[in-house]
Design a protein around this ligand. Sequence first.
Ligand SMILES: NC(=O)c1ccc[n+]([C@@H]2O[C@H](COP(=O)([O-])OP(=O)(O)OC[C@H]3O[C@@H](n4cnc5c(N)ncnc54)[C@H](O)[C@@H]3O)[C@@H](O)[C@H]2O)c1
Length: 439
Amino acid sequence: MSNKKVRVKKPTGKLGILLPGMGAVATTFIAGVYAVNEGLSTPIGSLTQMGRMRIGKRTKVNKPLIKDVAPIHDLKKVVFGGWDIYKDNVYEAAVNAQVLEPSLLEKLKTPLSKIKPMKAVFDKNYVKKLDGKNVKRGKTKMLLAKALMRDIKSFKETNKCSRLVMVWCGSTEIYIKESKVHKTIEAFEAGLESNHKDIPPSMIYAYAAIKMGIPYANGAPNLSCDIPALVALAKETGTPIAGKDFKTGQTLMKTILAPGLKSRALGIEGWFSTNILGNRDGEVLDDPDNFKTKEVSKLGVLEQILEPSVHPELYANLYHKVRINYYPPRGDAKEGWDNIDIRGWLNYPMQIKIDFLCRDSILAAPIVLDLALFLDLAKRGGMSGIQEWLGFYLKSPQAKKGLHPEHDIFKQLAKLENTLRYLSGEELINHLGLDYYEE
Ligand SMILES: NC(=O)c1ccc[n+]([C@@H]2O[C@H](COP(=O)([O-])OP(=O)(O)OC[C@H]3O[C@@H](n4cnc5c(N)ncnc54)[C@H](O)[C@@H]3O)[C@@H](O)[C@H]2O)c1
């Protein structure tokens, strides 16, 4: 099917990328973009910068860079802004995060030092382990949302941006279940006025962005934009949204490995995942209420991929456990262990062990970039509401009501590539028999 009719506005002018939360991930992302733009390094892990995709028939080998096909905004024309509860500028915050080499940060000190976080909308009740002074005061959550909207407007004017996107890189908030106040825009706005306890700061940022038609992605597992009220608002204001929780270390491995084991009809009896990490994120997740949010996000993956109800003989007894242990000596250099108990021919047991010595923020930074640039592309392409094709980047992808999110990374990639072909006016590829586009 050819799609020459789709109209995507050209990415002219400057794109402002707004980041609530300017800690390890956000600063590694910003410093990385500067390093790439100055020719100091390479944007490995980013599909918008390095990914290629097939265009046209298999008989003609044509695999151009995605950015040469899809009208993606130029990386050289982006500016950054954000909020944090600490006053440190991006250079200082990046030094504190200890992810990137001091020698690299030194070379980027001038532009990074100029980016200073705006005062945050923060409430300690939702992130008990943190306490910072760079925080807005306001009598109601609605007034705080309006203050954020003023920040956004003034950032756009000062930096002469033609468009903005927002990616939540703030800490994981405590576990909150969807409740009545999240159901409709009216209930939600009334909740903002009455300081409803089920509206944490991440929802206030999401509301401010979506209300202004600014694409919003949520990199943490808290609900944020994943509630009916904000999904409806996104439709109303023509805003693309995507959430939740960047898919980086162990869950990335899971969504790569589990579809492969299932494709060969191998049984899985147990999957035990544990890891140690010592960054600020690890410290926040050391609180059981905040860990619960992360745990729920991580646990959904296997169930959806393996479908135990469809394959009870292979997966009905699967025992899935996820642990995160705060261990300061490791900082951002997380180590994740997986023990997978599998079953083969005649029910014989086997084991797989994974020891992934990864770097959390190094894996997350290209995701922030791709989400920002793809959401901006979606907006220019007239797409709004939940962008399921961006589930590729997320641990707990937001899906339309009544639909299960897709976790299999290969199916997610097929959907992402076809959406990009669609937005580029290229022919879709359906690999005969794959029907990811039928909803
Ligand atoms: N790094 C990864 O691999 C990865 C993967 C998935 C999800 N995440 C999530 O991404 C988020 C960021 O991770 P990180 O490693 O950068 O954490 P971090 O602790 O280094 O940074 C988070 C920053 O958010 C700030 N913050 C907290 N609440 C805020 C608020 N209401 N407004 C503004 N700022 C606020 C904190 O002060 C902190 O500086 C976390 O929620 C984490 O769970 C990270």
